[in-house]
Design a protein around this ligand. Structure first.
Ligand code: DGL
Length: 295
């Protein structure tokens, strides 16, 4: 290559449009529900989903362990994935780890927290339900949201690890025990004397089960609310702030990463890739790339 060639290739590299990159973190399948919303709103973006299945479920970890894990994950993944922004696609982690992440790293972080505010706007009965992990239910952050946005609304919460496990099972077989689903939903609904007419899906796993939950509740019309769309809008806002182009050709590939040794995550990785091949409804990725991270 002579000097002129070198110059031309440098110019070519410089003028190539950058594709923004978003890292979406969760303990498992919750990263897919958020990634789906992002891919539906933002056409020109590369998404890496990281499922921390080595530490799943997050809802049973202590706050200290969970915060340290989020910081370790981002320290490890940021140099590899090089994201423009990170979405902590997990209510359980976001309600406790966002400050630590924002203090330590320079890139923007978007957290997913229970959608109490929109639910309060929607309710007619004045009683809303929140389905979350037991950890999210107990968090001061969740109480703060209720205090701030739901002073005139009754808020009933049910923390369910069973629904988290069921969501993961849904990824594997799409055939889950609906009696557990009904039981968990009823544990929430029967807490209120007034009819609960809005239920917040305050765990990113639960949108995967939304239709099945709705099927279990044929006698009343509940509105289901989650944070997915708002998170996608926030991501679009941030990419704009970073002056990155979000309009343009849709990304062709989706990257799925998993914590654990290759052997231990192989089955899960296959299941996620098969599921993702049809889950991203409005746009099918041409290739789904799977990585394991021994972390
Ligand atoms: N998807 C997560 C959330 O939004 C947590 C599920 C878990 O691992 O317990 O809370």
């Amino acid at each position: 290559m002579n000097n002129a060639d070198l110059l031309i290739s440098n110019i070519a590299v410089k003028s190539m449009p950058t594709t923004p990159k978003i890292l979406v973190l969760d303990s498992g399948a919750g990263c897919l529900s958020i990634a789906k919303e992002i891919s539906q709103l933002i056409s020109h973006v590369d998404i890496t989903c990281f499922a921390d299945i080595a530490m799943f479920p997050y809802g049973t970890l202590s706050d200290e362990i969970l915060v340290a894990r989020q910081v370790n994950l981002v320290s490890y993944l940021a140099p590899i994935v090089k994201p423009d922004l990170v979405v902590v696609a997990c209510n359980t982690a976001s309600t406790v780890a966002l400050d630590a992440l924002r203090n330590k790293f320079d890139m923007p972080f978007i957290g997913v927290v229970p959608a109490i505010k929109p639910a309060v706007k929607l309710t007619r009965s004045g009683a809303i339900g929140v389905l979350a992990t037991p950890a999210t239910v107990k968090r001061p952050y969740t109480q703060q949201l209720i205090g701030e946005f739901a002073d005139k609304t009754e808020v009933f919460m049910h923390g369910s690890n069973k629904l988290v496990l069921l969501s993961e099972q849904y990824i594997v077989s799409r055939n889950i025990d609906s009696s557990i689903l009904k039981h968990e939903l009823n544990l929430l609904l029967k807490k209120s004397v007034k009819p609960i007419d809005v239920v917040v899906l305050a765990c990113t796993h639960f949108p995967l089960l939304q239709q099945l939950l709705a099927n279990e509740n044929t006698d009343s019309s509940i509105q289901w609310v989650d944070s997915g769309r708002a998170i996608a809008q926030r991501a679009q806002f941030w990419l704009g702030e970073l002056k990155l182009p979000t309009a343009g050709e849709h990304a062709k590939k989706l990257e799925l990463r998993f914590s654990g040794t290759k052997q231990s995550v192989l089955a899960a990785a296959n299941n996620y890739a098969n599921f993702a091949a049809t889950y991203f409804a409005r746009h099918q990725y041409k290739s789904i790339i799977v990585h394991t991270d021994d972390i």
